[in-house]
Write a protein that binds this ligand. Structure first.
Ligand SMILES: *Cc1c(COP(=O)(O)O)cnc(C)c1O
Length: 295
C-alpha cells in the first residue's frame, strides 16, 4: 500500500495527490516549508519546526488557515494514517490557487496545506552508514547565498532556486554537496545543511545574520556542545579557516550530522571523521531516541 498524502485535511493516494496548476506555490515558489523527522514514534523538535513555519509565513504575509496546535495535530494524524514509525515529514504551505499574475491577493487567502510523511531517503548515491563512516567530500561553488535584503535565508521558502543552482554546480563537478558563501565571501552554509568546523576542540558555525538559515539541528548541536562543556561559537568563517580546521561537519534534519573529510581538494584533519564529530553524532542520535512528541 502506498503513502497517504494530506492536502487541506483530506487524504489522497500518492497518484491522486495533486494541486492546481494555478497554485502560486508552483507558479512562483510562493510558499514556505519545513522538513521534520520522527524516530520510533517520536517527532523530534515538532514545536520548533511548527514555530519556524509560522515565522516564515508571517514574514511573507502568508496566512496559514489553522493554528499552530492544529498544525502539530495534523502532522501527528498524517503519521498515524501512514503507520510510520520512522519518517521524514514535509510540511508545505503555498499561497494557494490564484490567477497568472503575481498578486497574492488573487489567491483570496486560500493557502494550500500539504503534509507528506514518508520514509527517509537522503544522498541516495551512498548508503547512510557508509557516508557517516567515510565522510563527504565537498566544494565551494560560485553561486552565493541569497542576500538577506533580497530574500532573507531565514525564510524557509519554496523558492529554492538559489540552493538548487549551487547543487547543480556541485553535481556538475562530481560532488554531492557544496559550500555556499555569502555576499561578503564568508562561508554561509551548504545547499540544505548548516556547516560547523572544529578547531582545538571548539566548535564554530556562521552566525545567522548573513546568508545562513538558523537550522534547528544546528541549534541542537550548539546545545549539546555547551552541555558537554565544549566551546561553541557563532562566528564568521572564511574558507581558509575551514581548510585549516581539525574537523568539518554538516547538520540538517534529514542529514542529522554528516562528517566532511575534504573541502576544495584540501584534506580536513587526517581525512577521517573526527572524534568531536563522532561524539556529536552519537549524542544527537541519543537525543532523537528520548525527546519528541509521541504518537
Ligand atoms: C532546512 C535548511 C537547513 C537545515 O535546517 P534544519 O532545521 O536543521 O533542518 C539548512 N539550510 C537550508 C538552506 C535549509 O533550507
Amino acid at each position: 500500500m502506498g503513502i497517504k498524502i494530506n492536502i487541506n485535511g483530506k487524504y489522497y493516494d500518492k497518484k491522486d495527490a495533486k494541486i492546481s496548476v494555478f497554485d502560486h506555490g508552483l507558479l512562483y515558489g510562493d510558499g514556505v516549508f519545513e522538513g521534520i523527522r520522527s524516530y520510533s514514534r517520536l517527532v523530534f523538535k515538532l514545536k520548533e519546526h511548527v514555530d519556524r513555519l509560522y515565522e516564515s509565513a508571517k514574514s511573507i504575509m502568508l496566512e496559514i488557515p489553522m493554528s499552530k496546535q492544529q498544525m502539530a495535530k495534523a502532522v501527528i494524524s498524517t503519521l498515524k494514517a501512514n503507520k510510520l514509525k520512522d519518517a521524514y515529514i514535509r510540511l508545505v504551505v503555498t499561497r494557494g490557487e490564484g490567477d497568472l499574475g503575481l498578486d497574492p491577493r488573487k489567491c483570496k487567502g486560500n493557502a494550500t496545506v500539504i503534509i507528506i510523511a514518508d520514509k527517509i531517503a537522503l544522498y541516495p548515491e551512498q548508503h547512510p552508514e557508509q557516508l557517516c563512516k567515510k565522510g563527504l567530500e565537498i566544494i565551494t561553488v560560485p553561486t552565493i547565498r541569497n542576500l538577506p535584503e533580497a530574500l532573507n535565508p531565514q525564510i524557509k521558502s519554496l523558492n529554492y532556486l538559489n540552493n538548487i543552482l549551487a547543487k547543480i554546480e556541485a553535481v556538475n563537478c562530481g560532488f554531492q554537496e557544496a559550500i555556499m558563501l555569502d555576499s561578503l565571501g564568508y562561508v554561509a552554509e551548504c545547499t540544505g545543511d548548516n556547516i560547523f568546523i572544529v578547531k582545538r576542540g571548539e566548535l564554530y558555525t556562521p552566525p545567522q545574520c548573513m546568508g545562513t538559515l538558523r537550522g534547528i539541528t544546528r541549534d541542537t548541536i550548539l546545545d549539546i556542545a555547551r552541555k558537554k562543556r565544549l566551546g561553541a561559537h557563532e562566528h564568521v568563517l572564511t574558507r581558509h579557516e575551514v581548510y585549516i580546521s581539525d574537523e568539518v561537519f554538516l547538520t540538517g534534519t534529514a542529514a542529522e550530522v554528516i562528517p566532511v573529510v575534504k573541502v576544495d581538494g584540501r584534506k580536513i584533519g587526517d581525512g577521517k571523521p573526527g572524534k568531536t564529530t563522532l561524539m556529536l553524532m552519537k549524542e544527537y542520535k541519543k537525543l532523537t531516541k528520548k525527546e519528541g512528541v509521541r504518537y
